[in-house]
Ligand binder design. Sequence first.
Ligand SMILES: Cc1cn([C@H]2C[C@H](O)[C@@H](COP(=O)(O)OP(=O)(O)O[C@H]3O[C@H](C)C(=O)[C@H](O)[C@H]3O)O2)c(=O)[nH]c1=O
Length: 183
Amino acid sequence: MKVINTKIRDLFIFEPKVFDDDRGYFFESYNKKTLDSLLEKEYTFVQDNESKSSYGVIRGLHYQLGPFSQAKLIRVVQGKVYDVAVDLRKNSPTFLDWVGVELSAENKRQFLIPKGFAHGFSVLSETAIFQYKCDEYYHPEAEAGVIYNDSSLNIDWKIKAEDIKTSPKDLLLPKLEGAKMNF
Ligand SMILES: Cc1cn([C@H]2C[C@H](O)[C@@H](COP(=O)(O)OP(=O)(O)O[C@H]3O[C@H](C)C(=O)[C@H](O)[C@H]3O)O2)c(=O)[nH]c1=O
């Protein structure tokens, strides 16, 4: 597996080793020992999630607060998304910086987002099936977020404004300046 560093510490992109043959392909989509040895940090994931969305959907920017903050290991098994992680770690030299990466069934790239980040994605293909591991369980009482179009973040979601579809809940998320950030 190839590890690609980003401009934000502890935020990594992975490219798995894919074994192609005349039947198709095989790759290890998750191997704890490999991950821990490459990162010199142990992640213990406890919950797998999957969502399917259509073109133009934006889910996020979401995170869980306090002791329920989640690290996520993300991949796309059908279609293509633009995935974004925003550094909300107050002591980080890249506080409020963000990184975006295209994840697709074709590129098989994975995105490892540590605790303390807001996360969201936009769907660039007709549909996308999105799968991710979390190292903390779902705690709705600890959910928080930032509105996807916050002007200070100025994220280009790679879709036309008129095509954007979000949940009513996400449209009520605060701007960055009003967001809770206690992790
Ligand atoms: C996240 C979650 C949700 N749910 C239930 C709650 C709702 O009834 C339903 C849909 O939840 P929601 O609209 O919050 O789903 P997303 O908008 O995809 O939320 C996720 O999207 C962004 C991109 C994330 O990174 C988070 O993991 C998560 O916030 O699933 C559960 O039962 N367990 C869960 O872990």
